[in-house]
Ligand binder design. Structure first.
Ligand code: PCA
Length: 156
C-alpha cells in the first residue's frame, strides 16, 4: 500500500478521476484533501493542455489536491499512465492535511493542519519557458483559462 497525492486530472471531477476506480487498474481509496507545505509552479503546458507540477519548490503556490491510498497494482498502473520516468517523475512530497476523511486502521484521524507525506507525479524535465507560464493553486481542466485537457482518446 502507498499514498499518492493527486493535483491534476486524477482529482475528483477531473478527466482522469475514473481511472482510479477501474478495478482492472487496482484499488484506490480517498483519504484526505491536502495542500503542499511548499510552493510549486503548477502549469498547464503543451498542445494537450497537460497539468505539470514543476519540481521548483518556492515558486508558484501551495498546490491543492487529494491523497489516495493505493495498492501496488494501482501504483504500477499510475506510473505507466503518467509515463514515469519520461514525462513525470514519482517523488515524495510533504503535505498539510485540510480534511481527513479516510479510514486510519485504529489510529487517530490526522487533524486539519497536520503533516502527511505521499508520492506525487511531478516533473524535473520541462521546457525552459514552462516556469514562466501562469501557475495555479488548484487545477481545474474546465476553468476560466480555457485550456481544457485533451484526453488520450482524443489525441491524434
Ligand atoms: N495526473 C496526475 C499528475 C498530473 C495529472 O494530470 C495528477 O492528477 O496528480
Amino acid at each position: 500500500m502507498a499514498r499518492v497525492f493527486v493535483y491534476g486530472t486524477l482529482k475528483k471531477g477531473q478527466p482522469n478521476y475514473s481511472r482510479l476506480f477501474e478495478s482492472r487498474n487496482g484499488k484506490a481509496e480517498f483519504l484526505a484533501s491536502a495542500f503542499t507545505t511548499q510552493k510549486y509552479p503548477l502549469v498547464i503546458a503543451g498542445k494537450f493542455n497537460i497539468p505539470f507540477l514543476l519540481n521548483l519548490p518556492g515558486q508558484g503556490h501551495r498546490v491543492h489536491g487529494e491523497i489516495y491510498k493505493v495498492d501496488d497494482q494501482m501504483l504500477k498502473f499510475l506510473d505507466d499512465f503518467e509515463s514515469v520516468p519520461t514525462m513525470y517523475q514519482r517523488t515524495m512530497v510533504e503535505l498539510e492535511v485540510k480534511e481527513w476523511m479516510g479510514k486510519t486502521d485504529g489510529e487517530e484521524k490526522p487533524s486539519p493542519g497536520s503533516i502527511a507525506e505521499a508520492f506525487m507525479y511531478s516533473t524535473t524535465t520541462y521546457q525552459s519557458e514552462w516556469p514562466t507560464l501562469p501557475s495555479y493553486e488548484s487545477y481545474d481542466s474546465y476553468g476560466d483559462h480555457g485550456l481544457n485537457y485533451v484526453t488520450r482518446e482524443a489525441r491524434d
